[in-house]
Write a protein that binds this ligand. Structure first.
Ligand code: SF4
Length: 490
């Protein structure tokens, strides 16, 4: 029987879960369409691959756009026959296996393989070695003996100054020995995938692999039997829902409460009784740690593997927007200010100057999840040392509104184990929430801003601008309302 076609990405999917590969092959209609953020991730990976070609200039690309796989393979063969020494996306198949290699070069020692990743290090858990080993097997079997294989990834210490220096942006790691040693294992895995695909759908129950290393798109299909209010609604350190699940414990009612850590017991009691848990003394301590003038700050940021501006590094958070609600004194009026960068500008100086004008030296600055805002302020400090004193002052005056929820000083069953503002706000202030909003999280805000930068349509730009302002404003207004609610509780 002829072998079943498996691409490299399908084989890696099969390593995470055989069933996901089987269903992708035979019931592709179960796979949901990729959403905007997955598409953005894909495009970002493509961009990284494209920039990395700068390490090997002058190559020939074997395009896959609207070109059947057979033609891609034939074109690759023709280029090799012609004597082309550098190939991008070269295509090969052997015994039903298909690969496209990011970069192949031919030097004095023979063919070299370069696999490009957007990560900042080699990630064993993301199957980076298996990726190389699979390609090595197909290339050697297809008559392209590989003398060396490398994994190319982003160098997170690179700082942009002027044009991107490709040789500094990337790090190149020799993985030849690692993947050579894996050859017999990878062959066994390929054989196992091939024979699995020739049989019945594998009976595989849900497990940790549904979420790691990648979130599986088939959860709606495989998790249908999990009821609302299950062990999977309990979250946090020391809670292992799959341990319960494998013992047949699925419903919250069936969980032996003594088997949970303290914070899990609070979650379970609240979920079963549909009630809230409030530690008034601790909440009062938090409220007493705030003072007037009271400011509520939230940033939206851009980040990506290719640094956008001078002085920035890969994946560094670059603020392009903030919202600031503030109350000058007790019983004072709530006021608001905001900043949103013009499209295609470097927003950093304008944002730091406006912040300096708007944040009084003695202000208490409430944020939600202090690590993020502190990181952004520290980044601003590194770019504009002349504002160090003012920014240090803001950093010292930060207060984290997430703390009472993370520490379960206030826990409601409706939060379902989460203490993110997206879960907390609709529970504490039901008239506010993110549902139905055009932009409802930080990733969407970043994508919207990027879209605004690319758009030529004034109406579209205006619509995105309004949506971004509405979203960021809700984050800080929500914090104001959460503090009001906490005060009422104490
Ligand atoms: S949801 Fe889980 S069990 Fe189902 S295919 Fe995906 S990884 Fe496998």
């Amino acid at each position: 029987m002829s072998e079943i076609f498996i691409s490299k990405s399908q084989s890696l999917k099969g390593l995470q879960c055989l069933k996901s590969l089987y269903l992708e092959k035979y019931q592709p209609e179960l796979i949901p369409e990729i959403d905007e953020s997955q598409e953005a991730l894909f495009q970002s990976g493509k961009e990284v691959g494209f920039v990395a070609r700068g390490l090997f200039p002058g190559g020939v690309e074997i395009s896959s756009e609207d070109i059947p796989i057979d033609e891609q393979i034939e074109k690759t063969k023709a280029e090799i026959k012609k004597g082309t020494k550098i190939l991008y996306e070269a295509s090969f198949s052997h015994n039903g296996l298909f690969i496209k290699s990011d970069v192949l070069t031919k030097g004095g020692g023979g063919w070299e393989l370069y696999e490009v990743k957007s990560t900042t290090k080699i990630k064993e858990e993301n199957f980076h070695f298996e990726d190389g080993a699979f390609q090595y097997h197909v290339l050697n079997s297809a008559g392209i003996p590989i003398s060396k294989a490398y994994l190319v990834h982003i160098n997170n210490q690179y700082e942009r100054h002027g044009d991107i220096e490709v040789d500094k942006l990337f790090m190149v790691n020799d993985i030849s020995n690692d993947i050579k040693k894996m050859q017999s294992d990878i062959l066994k895995q390929i054989n196992a995938l091939q024979s699995m695909l020739k049989g019945e759908a594998p009976e595989i129950d849900i497990g940790e692999y549904c979420e790691t290393p990648y979130e599986c798109g088939l959860k709606t299909h495989c998790w249908k039997h999990i009821p609302e209010g299950s062990v999977f609604n309990l979250k946090g350190r020391g809670i292992k829902p799959f341990e319960f699940y494998r013992k047949g414990i699925v419903n919250l009612n069936d969980i032996p409460i003594a088997k949970l850590p303290g914070h899990g017991q609070i979650q379970l009691k609240c979920a079963l009784g549909k009630k809230d848990y409030i530690n008034k003394t601790a909440l009062r301590g938090f409220i007493d740690s705030l003072w007037y003038p009271l400011y509520f700050l939230d940033f939206e940021t851009l980040r990506g593997p290719i640094p956008l501006f001078n002085g920035t590094k890969p994946y560094q958070q670059i603020p392009f927007q903030y919202s600031l609600h503030y109350i000058e004194k007790a019983d004072g009026k709530l006021r608001h200010s905001e900043f949103l960068a013009e499209p295609n500008t470097d927003p950093r100086r304008a944002i730091v100057e406006k912040l300096k004008r708007e944040l009084p030296e003695n202000a208490c600055v409430v944020v939600y999840s202090i690590g993020f805002e502190k990181g952004v302020l520290n980044n601003l400090k590194s770019w504009f040392p002349e504002f160090s004193n003012e920014l240090d002052n803001v950093i010292n005056n930060l207060r984290d509104l997430m703390v009472p929820f993370r520490n379960q000083h206030y826990y409601s069953w409706g939060m379902q184990g989460s203490y993110s503002i997206k879960s907390v706000l609709p529970v504490l202030v039901p008239e506010l929430g993110y549902e139905g909003m055009e932009i409802s999280d930080g990733d969407m805000a970043m994508l919207a801003y990027k879209k605004m930068c690319e758009s030529q349509d004034p109406q579209e730009i205006e619509n995105i601008r309004k949506a971004l302002l509405n979203y960021c404003r809700l984050d800080t207004f929500g914090m104001v309302k959460i503090v009001e609610k906490l005060k009422e509780c104490t």
